[in-house]
Design a protein around this ligand. Structure first.
Ligand SMILES: [Zn+2]
Length: 578
C-alpha cells in the first residue's frame, strides 16, 4: 500500500503540502525510483507536471533520518539504500491551474487532479493506494473513489488514483439520479451558478439511459459528474475512470440557452468516454506509461466517434431536437472546413501528431482535427452501415462489439482490430473507407452528401459571401483598430500578394477602418492595397480570379422532398420524424 497525505497551510500561496509513504521490500535491489507523470490520460501531449513541484525532501519514516536523493530525469527521483525501509517523501505542489485537467486551491475549495501531483514508486503501481486529505471542518469531498474513513480515499492501484479527480468545498452541491439501476452523481461547485436541478436531472437521465442501452452495460458501478462553474467564460471537460471534470462559465448564465447546451454536449461526450477510451482502450495505452509519449493512431475512434455520439445521442434521446443537433453538426463542419489542413494530414497521422502540436493552432494548413474530421468520418461510417443493412446494423454494433471484445476483457485494441470489427459489422470490405478517410486525405463532401441522402438530408455548399474570404481567399481580424491578415487559402489571389500578419492600411487610397468588405466590393477587377509588413509600407495589387471561390461553407439540411425510404431512414437514425 502507498499512502498519500495532502494538506494545505495557506491557500493564498496555492501550494499544497504532499507526503507519500512507501514500504520498500527488503529484497529490493537498486534505489527506490519515484516518478511523476509527464502527461495525463485525455490530453495526449507532454505537460511536465514536475514544473509544479517544489522542495522535495526524503526521510526514513521510522527514524526521521533525512535521506539523500538525486533526480535522474526532469520528473524522476532516486533514493539509494531504501531497501527494507519505510520511506517518507515530502514536497509542495502548486495548485494554480483552473481547467478540467488542472488543480486549484483557494480559501473556498480544493480541486485536485492526482495525476498532476502524486509521485508513484516504480514497480509498485499495481499496489493499492490511500489518499488522506486534511480539510477544514464542514468541507465536503466529491470524488469517484470510495472513502474508507472521513476524507480518506481508497484506490485499487495508482492508475485508478491518478484517474480520480476530487473537489472539496464547504458549498459544493450534490444531486443524484438513477439510470439502468446505477447511481449517477452530479456535483456542482461555484457560487454564482443557480442550477435548475429538475431540468438537469431529467436531461442527464435521458442521455445516460440512451448510452447504457447502446452498450448494454456500464464498465463501472457508479458515476460522478464533477462540475466547476466559474464566474468567467470557460469550456473544458476531461473523462476519467468513473467520473468527469467539467469546467464551464460564466456561471450566472449556466441555465441560459447557450451555456446549458454546452453543459449537455460536454456531459454526454464525457460519459461516452467511460466506454470509449477508458474501458475500450487502445493497446498502446494498456497500461498507461506516464513517463513518456504513448503514441497511438486511433484517436479518431477515441475522440472522433465520441464527438459524433456526444451530440447525436442527445437528439436520439430527445434531449435535443434534430434542428438543434444539426446546429452542432454544422459547427463541426465549419471547424473542419475552416482551413485546408485536411488536404495535408490524415486522421491516423493526426492522432500521432497530438503529441507534437495537437492542442495548439500549429503552422498554417498542417493539421486536421481528430475531433471534427473524426466525428464526420464516424457519421459517414454510421450512415454507410445503416444503408447497407436497412438500419438493422449501425455504428452502435461496432461500439458494442468493441465493448464486448476489448472493454469487458481489458485487452487493448489496435487499428487492425477496429478495421476488422467495422468490416464484420458492415458485412463487406471497408478498405476504401479506411484508405480514403482515415489513412488518406480524400475529401468527405461527396460521400457524406450521398450518405445523408439515405436519411432524407443533404450536405449543402454555400458560397462565402465575404469579399475578402470568398473572392480573394483571406481572413482578417481587427486588433487594436488594426486590420491584420490571419489566414490565407492556398492558391487564392491573396496567396500571391499577402502574408499572414500583414496589416491592411488602405484599399484604392481609402483607409481600412471596419469597412474592408465594402472597399473590396466595388466591382473593380483589381484593388491596390497598402499594407504594413514588418513595419514597412508596401503597395500590392489584389486581383480576383475568374470562377474561383474560397472558404465555402457546408451545412446539413433536410431534403425538401424526401421519399418514404428516406423518411423511414431519418426516423431510424435520429428517432424523430423528418
Ligand atoms: Zn473527448
Amino acid at each position: 500500500m502507498t499512502y498519500y497525505h495532502v494538506s494545505f497551510e495557506n491557500p493564498l500561496t496555492f501550494y499544497l503540502q504532499i507526503q507519500l509513504m512507501v514500504e520498500v521490500p527488503t529484497e529490493a535491489d537498486g534505489p527506490l525510483t519515484l516518478q511523476l507523470p509527464a502527461w495525463r490520460p485525455g490530453r495526449y501531449e507532454l505537460q511536465n507536471f514536475a514544473q509544479k513541484i517544489q522542495r522535495v525532501e526524503c526521510s526514513d519514516a521510522d527514524t526521521d533520518e533525512p535521506l539523500p536523493y538525486r533526480k535522474t530525469t526532469k520528473d524522476r527521483w532516486e533514493i539509494p539504500g531504501a531497501a527494507g525501509r519505510s520511506i517518507r517523501v515530502r514536497y509542495n505542489f502548486y495548485a494554480h491551474q483552473m481547467d478540467a485537467g488542472g488543480s486549484w486551491l483557494d480559501a473556498t475549495q480544493l480541486y485536485l487532479n492526482p495525476v498532476q501531483a502524486l509521485l508513484y514508486a516504480e514497480g509498485q503501481q499495481n499496489e493499492p493506494c490511500q489518499l488522506a486529505l486534511v480539510l477544514p471542518p464542514g468541507w465536503r469531498l466529491a470524488c469517484g473513489l470510495p472513502q474508507v474513513a472521513p476524507n480518506v480515499l481508497q484506490a485499487s492501484n495508482f492508475d485508478q488514483l491518478a484517474d480520480s479527480p476530487l473537489i472539496a468545498s464547504p458549498t459544493i452541491e450534490h444531486q443524484q439520479y438513477e439510470a439502468g439501476g446505477l447511481p449517477f452523481h452530479v456535483w456542482a461547485q461555484g457560487e454564482d451558478a443557480v442550477v435548475d436541478w429538475p431540468r438537469l436531472l431529467t436531461d442527464f437521465k435521458a442521455f445516460s439511459e440512451e448510452q447504457l442501452a447502446l452498450f448494454g452495460g456500464f464498465p463501472v458501478a457508479d458515476y460522478h459528474f464533477l462540475n466547476l462553474f466559474l464566474p468567467y467564460k470557460h469550456y473544458h471537460g476531461v473523462e476519467h475512470h468513473n467520473s468527469t471534470v467539467i469546467v464551464l462559465g460564466p456561471a450566472e448564465l449556466l441555465m441560459g440557452e447557450g451555456l446549458y447546451k454546452e453543459l449537455l454536449g460536454v456531459s454526454c461526450h464525457e460519459l461516452f468516454h467511460t466506454w470509449n477510451i477508458k474501458a475500450i482502450r487502445p493497446a498502446e495505452m494498456q497500461p498507461y506509461d506516464y513517463a513518456r509519449e504513448n503514441y497511438f493512431r486511433t484517436c479518431y475512434i477515441a475522440e472522433g466517434v465520441t464527438t459524433y455520439y456526444g451530440e447525436y445521442l442527445l437528439a436520439r434521446s430527445h434531449v435535443r431536437t434534430p434542428a438543434q443537433y444539426f446546429e452542432e453538426l454544422n459547427l463541426v463542419l465549419r471547424k473542419h472546413y475552416d482551413d485546408a489542413g485536411g488536404h495535408n494530414l490524415s486522421l491516423a497521422d493526426a492522432s500521432m501528431d497530438l503529441w507534437l502540436d495537437g492542442y495548439k493552432p500549429g503552422v498554417p494548413d498542417r493539421k486536421v482535427s481528430v475531433y471534427h474530421k473524426g466525428a464526420l468520418a464516424a457519421l459517414l461510417l454510421d450512415l454507410t452501415i445503416r444503408q447497407l443493412h436497412g438500419h438493422a446494423r449501425s455504428l452502435d454494433d461496432v461500439m458494442r462489439r468493441l465493448y464486448d471484445d476489448f472493454g469487458k476483457t481489458g485487452i487493448g485494441y489496435t487499428e487492425e482490430d477496429y478495421a476488422r470489427v467495422v468490416t464484420e459489422v458492415a458485412g463487406r470490405k471497408m478498405q476504401v473507407y479506411f484508405d480514403k478517410f482515415i489513412n488518406g486525405t480524400a475529401p468527405l463532401q461527396e460521400p457524406l452528401d450521398r450518405a445523408l441522402h439515405t436519411v432524407g438530408c443533404q450536405l449543402v455548399a454555400s458560397e462565402n459571401v465575404s469579399a475578402s474570404e470568398g473572392t480573394f481567399g483571406f481572413r482578417t481580424v481587427v486588433k487594436n483598430e488594426r486590420t491584420e491578415v490571419t489566414y490565407i487559402w492556398p492558391d487564392s489571389p491573396a496567396a500571391t500578394v499577402f502574408t499572414v500578419d500583414d496589416e491592411l492600411v488602405a484599399v484604392n487610397g481609402r483607409r481600412v477602418d471596419m469597412n474592408l468588405q465594402s472597399l473590396l466590393s466595388t466591382g473593380s477587377p483589381y484593388y491596390e492595397v497598402a499594407v504594413f509588413r514588418q513595419n514597412r509600407l508596401l503597395l500590392v495589387e489584389l486581383a480576383a480570379q475568374a470562377g474561383a471561390a474560397f472558404g465555402t461553407r457546408y451545412t446539413v439540411k433536410k431534403l425538401t422532398e424526401a421519399d418514404e425510404t428516406q423518411r423511414a431512414g431519418f426516423q431510424k437514425w435520429l428517432g424523430w420524424e423528418l
